[in-house]
Design a protein around this ligand. Structure first.
Ligand code: DLL
Length: 434
């Protein structure tokens, strides 16, 4: 049986979906041109008038908007409606020194929560479910988004927020949580905690909805094993609304972008040229229904590819493949591009858990990179394989994945701090010297 929250939209034939997008885009361009000075000026500079945008084929005529533009327009420069029509803000963590504040009207919130409801239903959620939300609540969109979606589906919602693993486990077992929503790194930690305490047969979880950070297929497999669930990916970003911009269906093969609200493009990050379907590039979103914070052609810096191959679930919405990470996550070490996800793949393939950290530094003119990874408790007990041998095997796996030699330090179980939200995988000390 297929699961849809709004079948009339989710399995709408593609030609109708695209006609809907064109119509909404036309209206939205007119709306932003008339209501947001920033867009008005940008379009005038390019000599583009709202009438020039007659549908999705004209999207490429519009200017891009970047995170720097958002920073310049902070806080109210991109508002599409008077402030008194806004009912909520959410914000990014601002770890890169670029806090973004996004505004919502009540209708914007309804749309966002609907997208999250679609994600929960796609993961098998119904009103019979107990939805345990341990994404952070507050300015971060994870908790509020999934919370709202869970209410719409009619699940019993546990607004746990992040942290306090003992309390999470207690509610999970006492109240029979069936759907878990958190970051994949926290899901891995909960899996570890459940098994250490021998609680596997006391939990009723069947599915997890995990996102907010990149995670590999290997990590999916580990989480599914440790919690006995199906693990679904969910993607989103504060600027565009929050979680639920795209999510996986039962096929777990790419995330359907909610195209009745967001138009996706993939561009060459260097030239801005729109790339054909299937090519990897930077993901760009245009919001076609949002009013308070209506971003047009927003460059996400996330790198991925799209596919329109029909999905057996019946959804017609385009799928985005797991983002490789943000273009800003990519490290250049010893002149080579290194992604944390490549390192994670090698470690998990060799039987380690996702408890690792990457430390990049510079000695003289040379970059150094060290991967610290924890032994699993079983590995720590098995003294037949010397640590040096394990380290050598990882070094060689990383060498063939990355093409460079990486120092590897295998550490005792629990030596690396656990994350409760987005995991900090990389410590790059090189910027200290700049
Ligand atoms: O992380 C929204 C969210 C909350 C998504 C809960 C999913 C679940 P931000 O804090 O603004 O918003 O961070 C957005 O996180 O541009 C990606 O780089 C990354 N990201 C989000 N979801 C995924 C995912 C939330 N499933 C940034 N896979 C995005 C990989 C993801 N990266």
């Amino acid at each position: 049986m297929k699961n849809y929250y709004q079948p009339e939209i989710e399995i709408m034939p593609l030609d109708q979906l695209q006609a809907l997008q064109s119509e909404r885009l036309k209206e939205q361009v007119k709306f932003v041109y008339e209501n947001v000075k920033f867009y008005h000026d940008r379009m005038d500079e390019l000599g583009v008038k709202p009438e020039d945008i007659q549908g999705i084929d004209d999207l490429h005529k519009l200017p891009f908007i970047t995170k720097d533009d958002l920073r310049d327009q902070y806080p109210y420069g991109l508002l599409g409606v008077p402030l008194e029509e806004c009912v909520r803000i959410q914000s990014t963590s601002g770890t890169t020194g670029r806090r973004v504040v996004a505004f919502y009207t009540q209708e914007d919130l309804d749309v966002w929560e609907e997208c999250c409801a679609r994600a929960i239903v796609a993961a098998g959620g119904t009103k019979e479910d107990v939805c345990h939300v341990c994404y952070g609540y507050g300015l971060f969109t994870g908790g509020p988004g999934l919370n709202g979606g869970s209410h719409k589906v009619g699940c019993l919602t546990l607004p746990m927020s992040s942290g306090n693993t003992e309390r999470q486990l207690q509610f999970m077992t006492d109240l029979g949580s069936t759907i878990l929503c958190c970051t994949p790194s926290y899901a891995a930690n909960l899996g570890e905690a459940v098994n250490e305490r021998g609680l596997r047969d006391q939990i009723k979880l069947k599915a997890g909805i995990f996102g907010a950070e990149p995670w590999t297929e290997e990590m999916r497999h580990n989480i599914e094993e440790s919690l006995g669930i199906k693990a679904y990916d969910i993607y989103g970003l504060t600027e565009i609304s929050g979680p639920g911009v795209s999510f996986e269906c039962e096929e777990q093969a790419g995330m359907h972008i909610q195209e009745d609200h967001f138009i996706a493009e993939i561009i060459d990050p260097d030239t801005g040229e729109v790339l054909p379907e299937g090519e990897v590039g930077e993901l760009v979103f245009t919001c076609i229904t949002k009013k308070a914070f209506p971003l047009m052609r927003y460059r996400t810096r996330d790198l991925c590819r799209l596919t329109r191959k029909p999905c057996p679930c019946g959804r017609t919405h385009v799928r985005m493949m797991k983002p490789k990470g943000r273009s800003d996550d990519m490290m250049i070490v010893k002149g080579v591009n290194v992604w944390p996800s490549q390192i994670e793949t090698v470690l998990l393939n060799q039987g380690y858990q996702a408890n690792y950290q990457i430390v990049v530094d510079r000695v003289g003119n040379n970059d150094t990179i060290e991967v610290q990874v924890e032994l699993t408790p079983e590995m720590a007990e098995d003294k037949s394989i010397p640590i040096e041998k394990r380290q050598k095997k990882i070094v060689s796996g990383l060498k063939s994945m990355l093409g460079i030699t990486v120092d590897v330090k295998v550490v005792e179980p629990k030596a690396i701090a656990r994350s409760e939200g987005k995991a900090v995988r990389v410590i790059d000390k090189r910027h200290l010297y700049q």
